[in-house]
Write a protein that binds this ligand. Structure first.
Ligand code: HEM
Length: 157
């Protein structure tokens, strides 16, 4: 984005992350339900999904992954506004690279998760408050974060 990440985009992402935080069990579940709707085969990658026929309610690992994706994307938005780029701590990036490689994650999965994130947000925010600007801000922050993880995965592979 040539014009850089604006204060307004950062504020939009932060505000909507607060909305998600109001009901993490619900939005984590919706996030994973949507991931599996788009890519049913992804079920096999997640330990907590492999173990049962249904998506488990209130599962700590499921919530942890959903929260990590939401929160790290929000943090990326802040960094984009402050520094113009997403910087992930070296140790965190190494960990993220290896955990995803080990679990069989490949590039197209990142698009699936992005789509699920956008749909979950849309449900949480509601059609009336939803805007292209909001979607664009989250998408951009997510893309930058995903790119950093994907690059690390390629370097480690
Ligand atoms: C594990 C973050 C995208 C699949 C993890 C963990 C983190 C994380 C922090 C470690 C779990 C923990 O310590 O709680 C992220 C972030 C992402 C992202 C920030 C994107 C910005 C994806 C994508 C997939 C994926 C696209 C594939 C659809 C997995 C799997 C595990 C994992 C299978 C192991 C979970 C388990 O079985 O317990 N991720 N992830 N992640 N991630 Fe991601």
């Amino acid at each position: 984005m040539a014009a850089g990440f604006t204060d307004r985009q950062e504020a939009l992402v932060k505000e909507s992350w607060k909305v998600l935080q109001k009901d993490i069990p619900r939005y984590s579940l919706l996030f994973f339900t949507t991931i599996l709707e788009i890519a049913p085969a992804a079920k096999q990658m997640f330990s907590f999904l492999r173990e049962s026929d249904e998506i488990p309610q209130n599962n700590p690992k499921l919530k942890a992954h959903a929260v990590k994706v939401f929160k790290m994307t929000c943090e990326s938005a802040v960094q984009l506004r402050e520094k113009g780029e997403v910087v992930v701590k070296e140790t965190t990036l190494k960990y993220l690279g290896s955990v995803h490689l080990k679990n069989g994650v490949v590039d197209p999965h990142f698009q699936v998760v992005k789509e699920a994130l956008v749909r979950t947000l849309k449900e949480a925010i509601g059609d009336e408050k939803w805007s292209h600007e909001l979607e664009g801000a989250w998408s951009h922050a997510y893309d930058q974060l995903a790119a950093a993880i994907q690059l690390e995965m390629k370097q480690e592979a």
